[in-house]
Write a protein that binds this ligand. Structure first.
Ligand code: TXA
Ligand code: MG
Length: 334
């Protein structure tokens, strides 16, 4: 059975005990809920893949609670990594380093690198501190489903498959962390998130996006360096289409192509006279609601979602990236 508990101290102590005994605990972070296990215990980590139904070549992030914990897990921390850690940790940023021998191969999906993150969320950090081990944690959803931003989402997906869920309320950011490769001096963004291209550019004008992120089609020829980005992801049960172009044409298209099971994701200030319309707010604030709304559509039998194209600046680019994946690359240009 899965225990759903509050984030009070005595529950975090029993969560740490579960981690130390090789069990699975879902916990809140500022990005999305994570499904945690002792990152240095190979058998425990294997249970994560089983519970999620996750392909085993998709590596996991190790979560730490102090910068000093990076050193034993890596063989090199270059000046780029140091500066990024000092500036953006704790926070929604994951760094990819060359891994040391103590990182089990099951964590890194056969790569010679390891992804590490120091989250800001206090519950997450307290759990890691009490567990006295790096906690391996992917997003706590069934593989392929939208990432969970509330404890109830985790319960929906994983009840009966994991030992405990710590309820820490809604996640502040609502999209997964920015993943940055720092194995070379020029940082490469493998997955966009709450720490933005613009934020990093201020420190490193040579920052770049991994090639697959700037394509507006899904292709097999450009392999993402972050293995997780190649999988079908975040898919709602209904089909999602992103609409781009002249707003009058977009509004007309949506009105002409909607039925009673169609949802519209819009932004503040653009209204539709249809029954199921949800505003994401702005492109920036929309990141917080997106996954939650995908799940809401699923539970209301929505078969088609029309989503307006976000403004791709700042966190808007991360929102666009998740929307694009949820849409399976379908953009309707008008
Ligand atoms: O915000 C987050 O990052 C959340 C919370 C729980 O921390 N975690 C998360 O984990 O999103 P997950 O497993 O759903 O996504 C991790 C991503 C995947 O795309 C994976 O392929 C990539 O990071 N990744 C992990 N290790 C890597 C490595 N060594 N090299 C390149 N990419 C890596
Ligand atoms: Mg995930």
């Amino acid at each position: 059975m899965t225990r759903l508990v509050t984030s009070e101290m005595k529950n975090l102590a029993s969560a740490a005990e579960i981690i130390n005994n090789g069990g699975l605990v879902a916990f809140p972070t500022e990005t999305v809920y994570g499904l945690g296990a002792d990152g240095l215990n190979e058998n425990a980590v294997k249970k994560i893949y089983e519970a999620k139904g996750r392909p085993s070549d998709n590596p996991l992030i190790l979560h730490i609670q102090d910068i000093s914990e990076v050193e034993p897990l890596t063989i090199e921390i270059n000046s780029t990594a140091k500066k990024l850690m000092d500036t953006f940790w704790p926070g929604p940023m994951t760094l990819v380093f060359k891994k040391s021998a103590i990182v089990p191969p099951v964590i890194s999906g056969g790569l010679d690198t390891v992804a590490i993150r120091l989250p800001e969320n206090k519950v997450a950090r307290e759990l890691i501190r009490l567990s006295k081990t790096p906690i391996a944690a992917p997003s706590a959803n069934t593989s392929g489903k939208p990432s969970p931003t509330k404890a109830s989402h985790v319960f929906e997906d994983l009840n009966g498959r994991i030992d405990m869920i710590i309820d820490g309320g809604s996640c502040d950011i609502g999209l997964e962390s920015t993943v940055i490769d720092v194995t070379t001096l020029s940082p490469v963004i493998l997955r966009p998130g709450g720490v933005t291209f613009e934020d990093i550019y201020k420190l490193f004008p040579d920052v770049s996006y991994d090639k697959h992120l700037t394509l507006d089609t899904i292709t097999d020829t450009v392999k993402p360096r972050s293995p997780g980005m190649k999988y079908k992801h975040y898919a709602p049960e209904g089909e999602l289409f992103i609409l781009e172009g002249n707003i009058e044409k977009v509004q007309k298209y949506i009105l002409e192509n909607s039925d009673e099971n169609t949802a519209v994701f819009t932004f503040d200030g653009i209204d539709f006279d249809l029954p199921y319309v949800r505003s994401l707010g702005t492109s920036i604030s929309g990141s917080k609601l997106f996954f939650d709304l995908l799940r809401e559509c699923d539970s209301n039998g929505i078969t088609k979602i029309f989503a307006l194209m976000p403004d791709k600046k700042g966190v808007g680019f991360a929102l666009y990236n998740r929307m694009f994946k949820a849409a399976g690359g379908r953009i309707i240009k008008l």
